[in-house]
Design a protein around this ligand. Structure first.
Ligand code: ASP
Ligand code: MG
Length: 401
């Protein structure tokens, strides 16, 4: 098999850990696989480098920043190559440029445009273990770029896509994706297999093992992703096409997002164009509106409730100021949480939502807003009940089994 492995910052956090990674890579090599290994900078290194640039300027030149920031990954890649050679393997490190990673020219947040795989294929044919510095590329004019924080996952997924690798393994310090946050519900179980879409729903709400951008790219390029722990040999979680998963549980996981705020506009004029005006202004200000509920109008007036990211609260208040005179009131509430039930099995089962509402009712938790999609039911509740709600829902759908 051709496998792309990616090791994150904690997995390569010091020389002993890089040595441990070398041993693991060697195990895969001995098992007969062709290997490309993508590495992050040692944990804390990118922040340190960023700090250096800020010493000299509040707004450092971004081209120069990329020259500095990309160094962290180059160091780890070369150290790992040395460690592998010492173990008796043919290994070579490559920078983003060396690996043919061509990006656009948006420094510090570049997008991968294509990968020139010529050199990679030559080296693979000669049986080298290729160690690639993640998080970086080069523009068609030869300028060094970086892909945005956390971007080495993207390097790995893009390489796996371009080389049509059989597997892309992302190594971190957790065992995989869980049915819910184990810090809230200790009975949470590691999920063996999950579809891209379910993963996107769980990740955007706090199951932070993978960047959403990486999962989206994996879906687009048809890359089989596995997240595993580099500190043990547990199986990890496979993230793949829905069709490749034979048995779907009705519910795969429960996600929690505590970083939302609710906006309630009371008695706004009920006429064509009003939603366009309000949400148009918010979108101009780059405020990402999530759930929206509008009640049935009476006497030419209606109520409009929606959620926004909590960090945009002040910004939103500023934008909505101009509407204040034409409505009865605008209330803001950041003491809320969004709890979501996610599962592709919902598509073919009824009564999933009713069960959730029943469970929360028994806990005396009031549901303020509800929204549903094919594979997700989201509810807005009071922040202080969110952890109780998670535990209740987790047990209602028997996710501990
Ligand atoms: N070292 C980079 C960062 O910390 C990229 C990565 O680790 O994925 O953002
Ligand atoms: Mg990282």
């Amino acid at each position: 098999m051709l496998i792309v492995q990616k090791y994150g910052g904690t997995s390569v956090g010091n020389c002993e850990r890089i040595q441990n990674v070398a041993t693991r890579v060697a195990e895969s090599k001995k098992a007969g696989h062709s290997l490309i290994v993508v590495v992050s900078a040692m944990s804390g290194e990118t922040d340190k480098l960023l700090g250096y640039t800020k010493f000299f300027s509040k707004l450092p030149n971004e081209r120069e920043m990329d020259m500095v920031l990309s160094a962290g990954e180059r160091i780890t890649s070369a150290l790992l190559a040395i460690a592998l050679e010492e173990l008796g393997y043919k290994a070579i490190s490559l920078s983003g440029r060396g690996a043919g990673m061509i990006t656009d020219s948006s420094h510090t947040k570049a997008r991968i445009q294509m990968i020139d795989t010529l050199r990679l294929n030559e080296l693979l044919a000669k049986d080298y273990i290729i160690v690639v510095a993640g998080f970086q590329g080069v523009t068609s004019k030869g300028e060094v770029t970086t892909l945005g924080r956390g971007g080495s996952d993207l390097s790995a997924v893009a390489l796996a896509g371009a080389l049509e690798a059989d597997l892309c393994e992302i190594y971190t310090d957790v065992d995989g994706v869980y049915t819910t946050d184990p810090r809230i519900e200790p009975k949470a179980k590691k999920i063996d297999k999950i579809s891209y879409d379910e993963m996107l729903e769980l990740a955007s709400m706090g199951a932070k093992v993978l960047l959403n951008r990486s999962v989206e790219m994996a879906k687009k390029l048809n890359v089989n992703l596995v997240t595993r722990n580099s500190f043990n040999h547990n199986e990890g979680t496979l993230i793949t096409k829905e069709e490749l998963i034979m048995e779907h549980p009705i519910v795969s996981g429960i996600a929690l997002d505590k970083n939302q705020a609710r906006v309630s506009i009371c008695n706004v004029e009920d006429r064509p164009g009003i939603a366009a005006e309000i949400f148009g202004k918010l979108s101009e200000a780059n405020i990402n509106v999530d759930m929206i509920v509008q009640t049935i109008g009476r006497d030419g007036k209606t109520d409009l409730d929606f959620t926004i990211p909590e960090v945009e609260l002040e910004n939103t208040k500023r934008v909505l100021k101009s509407f204040e005179d034409n409505v009865e009131s605008i209330d803001y509430d950041s003491e809320i949480a969004k709890v979501s039930i996610v599962g592709v099995g919902m598509k073919s089962h009824s009564g999933v939502a009713a069960k959730a509402f029943q469970g929360l009712a028994e806990d005396n938790i009031n549901i303020m807003m509800i929204s549903t999609s094919e594979i997700k039911i989201s509810m807005i509740i009071k922040l202080k009940y969110s952890e109780l709600a998670i535990r209740t829902l987790h047990s209602i759908y028997e996710l501990e089994k």
